[in-house]
Ligand binder design. Sequence first.
Ligand code: BGC
Length: 340
Amino acid sequence: MSSRILETRDDGLEIIELENDKMKVVVSNFGGVILSLKVKDRNGLWQDVVLGYESLNDYKHYDKYVGALVGRVANRIRNGEFELNGKTYHTPVNNGPNSNHGGEKGFSFRPFKTLLKDDRVLFSRVSPDGEEGYPGTLHFMAEYVLRDDILILHYTAQSDEDTLLNITHHSYFNLSGYPCAIDDHILSVRADEYGKVDENGLYTGEIASVEGTPFDFRKARTIKTALDAEDTDEQIKLGAGLDHHFFFTADKNQVVLYSPHTGIEMTVSTSMPGAQIYTANYLDGEKGKNGFPLERRDAVCIETQCTPDDIHVNKENPETLLKKGETYDEWTSYRFKTRL
Ligand code: BGC
């Protein structure tokens, strides 16, 4: 297992490779982006299972968060406004009337300091008090580690004031090895409930049972079965596909995704209580790696996180509150295997 810098650019941005005999992962200290993630398919051929752009420069202008680390607060905050300890804070409104994915220039658009260790890369940065409207000076670190057939992302942070934090990673997965319709992927999610959204994709605070709905992935089934309900299910219509938070009922192996085409199976485990599952409904033909356009519904994002807009919907006991001096410590892992 090794980690090495492939390129240091004039602007200080770096491209780094983590590698062992099961996986090759290329990342950047810009936005903690995963540029490529290669694993072997059932025939032993390397497949790149995440979407990406052609050059690192493309990531500076993206608004689709392709492959990016998202913070300080992933997902939407109603009206870009919240109250904490009696003070009102404003975060940039960048998604309809709401603030999404940490504001205009959240973690996805920031350079990190890089530290390489044998089997891992550490990205760290100090997010100054008031950055994108969030209180507290935040010391943040993300560790990307390869262990055999598992990629582990481990996040830690501390703040000198009470603040909000909800980190996710926004890779667009397609286990076929290139961008193409995600319909045939078989998904299972250990969740009995999901969160309803409004016409702006904001979680309303209404929790619904998955029973008898297109959101019931407790038994593995194709993503197509959910997307096909666009005309019949109000929530699939509002999300323009799947773009909803699932509340996990298990504390590991919560999500499994499988491509019958390559035989690649990905199992996601996380310390976090849920995930926004998003079928790339807003990709729009952007130019991707190897000349492939990134089209609508060419991938699925499994954005492990705390409850969206938690500061409003869980007012009494917000999951995303990081108290002064306490340590935020969360992880998500992605394990890859093949099936015949
Ligand atoms: C959101 C989508 C959004 C995408 C890219 C997802 O997490 O839920 O609605 O289009 O991120 O910003």
